[in-house]
Design a protein around this ligand. Sequence first.
Ligand code: FE2
Ligand code: FE2
Length: 300
Amino acid sequence: MWVTTTPLPDKFILKSTIKNLSINSDDCQGFFPGEAVIMGVFSLIFTRIMSKTALKDTRISELVDQNYVHAYVLFYFGIRFYEYSELTLEQVCRQQGLRVEQVIRELESPTHLKEADLPLVSYPIDLIIQYLKHSHFLFIKHKLPYIARLVESFKANHDDYRSVERDLKLVFPLFVEDFIEHIYEEEDTLFHFIQTLDKASRGTFIPTKLYWQFEKNSVQKFAIEHEAHDDEMEGIRKITHDYFIDAQTPLHVKVIYSELKAFEKSLITHARIENEILFPKAMTLENKVKQAFFEKTKFN
Ligand SMILES: [Fe+2]
Ligand SMILES: [Fe+2]
């Protein structure tokens, strides 16, 4: 079965189990009042020991088939899932000199690339920029190199996917190039301008430089250009038929499509934060700083 959700972290499982246990203990008709609770805790410990043993003995291809995020976690431990598909997790860890418990901990609760569920609207603009820059960093340094490796190592070996392999190998590097250019330009121009405005609003600015910045930039212009770049993954969506997978789809294709789909989702969220939170805040800030600046220069 192809499951796309990540496993629940330990603390969540424990919390919900305790909640369930307290319901059970109220209904308990056993000889001892806390019997159900104790049995529940034992069964919880037993299940966790069992699940760790089961994971150790699971073949890499099965682990990835259970959840494509497992392939990403393994990648950052230096394990390319397609190179070890027939070995169990424990065998690969032994070969690679890794502590299997540490890998399991990470598989059960991956710490990579968790998108924070933050109330960004209420954050100061500088913090929103830091958040967006951090997302850029994760895209460029973590997600894209990983997906690029998946695409490079993709061997269709299947008539249905030969053209997909050829097109993806051609188009994905071009997409990455455009994407990186977009990000660097955004940081060097838009973010830099907003940070200048933010500092100016707190009284830190050199009048001639600020004037020059006003002449050169406009948040509204940035916003219009930004909207035009909104659908960067259109080509990839077409090649992959909207990331379509079913039970017959080969494992490597499943992992690539699932990663691309998740990446597109992250990009949409990212662009929404820029369009719906950053730009409106930046426009208000720009007007405020401009007004204060020209008011001040009028009296000089
Ligand atoms: Fe961005
Ligand atoms: Fe952007």
